[in-house]
Design a protein around this ligand. Structure first.
Ligand SMILES: Nc1ncnc2c1ncn2[C@@H]1O[C@H](COP(=O)(O)OP(=O)(O)OP(=O)(O)O)[C@@H](O)[C@H]1O
Ligand SMILES: [Mg+2]
Length: 365
């Protein structure tokens, strides 16, 4: 027990909510180790994880509309999170009204993306199964969130890239309807290729890291019955290749009013025993592959940081059989873990040391 505690470094000490979602005024003091929030459906368990996610990634995992985060009857919401790191304490404040404003240790943050890198988290939700099931945007988002936490330059490049794409697309639409000069496109393309290549290189680096780890992790979960492969589906090889694609696509781009090549077209595919999961995978195989992918994410973040990330498990354990549940808890012995579930009993039977919180209609006891 003491061994476990001394090896933990980063953890959230306290969360203060005001008018956030279904909370009025709520203070929660967390344990350094495992914290379990249990209660009926629709009581505010996921809302609490959402507040933590917001203060570490800068946006919600459920909505892009900030207004939804404010209690129905109020016109602002406040979140304050105090945390301890290996060598210092810190505090994040978020005020949501007509916009979002963050403070780190009482100092205003200029851009929302700059909030990333203070509190490191890995979130597991039942919704994760859609990473491998649905279209590529969830997979790119998965990569983007993981890489952003570890490489601040990645967020910068991604933001620049998205800005340029928006400008370029607006310009393409102008060209379509009026006789403006094409040559300006060369300038957008040049800039796009610079940031595009950077993003591509980071993604390639991290897909390699995933490849290095995932097969071992997946083997453990499936008793070595399944071999898992992951393949990066890139849109271009390097900057020169990207520029060439942009040139070749120019008529198509003008016709469609959008940019048809680039990192916004990238993806990755997972195969199990040589067969593509999205085409042939069973429900159970999807679930297991997602679990492997998320554990791989956790292990990569652990490797890269001196601080252990905080794990947010939203109703995730109930999806797993007890063997997988214990395996997962084993991996987490050094992290702060925040778990939500409807049945406290799921954990009572297992020999774990945890602090329990009962969540009842926006009140945590
Ligand atoms: N802006 C808001 N103001 C007030 N209440 C809100 C707001 N947004 C969501 N809620 C309420 O919060 C509740 C949902 O909370 P949450 O998603 O945290 O539930 P949960 O405890 O995780 O439930 P489940 O076990 O079903 O996942 C709902 O009752 C919803 O009406
Ligand atoms: Mg929930």
């Amino acid at each position: 027990m003491s061994e476990r505690l001394t090896r933990i470094n980063m953890y959230i000490k306290e969360i203060d909510l005001q008018n956030f979602r279904n909370y009025n005024v709520q203070k929660v003091q967390l344990d350094k180790g495992i914290n379990i929030f249990y209660g009926d459906n629709a009581q505010g368990k996921t809302n609490l994880l959402e507040a933590i996610f917001l203060c570490s990634i800068g946006k919600s995992f459920r909505t892009n509309k900030d207004k939804e985060l404010i209690n129905f009857n109020k016109d602002y919401a406040d979140i304050e999170i105090s945390y301890e790191k290996k060598d210092r304490s810190g505090k994040i404040n978020l005020r949501i009204d007509d916009k979002k404003r963050f403070l780190v240790n009482n100092v205003p943050v200029k851009k929302t993306s700059e909030i990333i890198g203070n509190i490191y988290i890995v979130l597991f939700t039942p919704d994760d199964i859609n990473i491998l099931k649905n279209g590529p945007s969830k997979r790119r988002r998965f990569l983007d969130i993981m890489i952003s936490q570890l490489r601040p330059k990645y967020i910068y490049s991604l933001n620049q890239y998205n800005k340029i794409i928006a400008q370029r697309n607006a310009y393409l639409k102008q060209i379509k309807f009026s006789d403006v000069n094409y040559n300006l496109l060369d300038i957008w393309d040049e800039n796009l290729s610079i940031y595009g290549e950077k993003i591509h290189n980071y993604r390639e680096e991290f897909i390699k890291k995933i490849i290095d780890k995932i097969n071992y992790i997946h083997g453990n979960i499936t008793n070595k019955n399944e071999k898992i492969d992951i393949q990066y589906i890139y849109n271009f090889k390097d900057r020169k290749d990207f520029l060439e694609k942009l040139k070749n696509n120019r008529n198509l781009d003008i016709k469609t009013g959008m940019t048809n090549a680039g990192i916004q077209r990238e993806d990755f595919v997972i195969s199990i025993n040589g067969k593509k999961l999205n085409l042939y995978g069973s429900q159970g195989q999807h679930r297991t592959a997602v679990l492997s992918l998320k554990i791989t994410e956790l292990e990569i973040i652990k490797d890269e940081l001196e601080e252990k990330p905080i794990l947010l498990l939203d109703d995730f354990m109930s999806e797993l059989d007890s063997k997988r549940r214990l395996n997962l808890l084993d991996l987490m012995e050094n992290n702060q873990v925040i778990i939500t579930c409807t049945e406290k009993g799921v954990f009572d039977k297992q020999d774990i040391n945890a602090k329990y919180f009962y969540v009842d209609n926006g009140i945590i006891k």
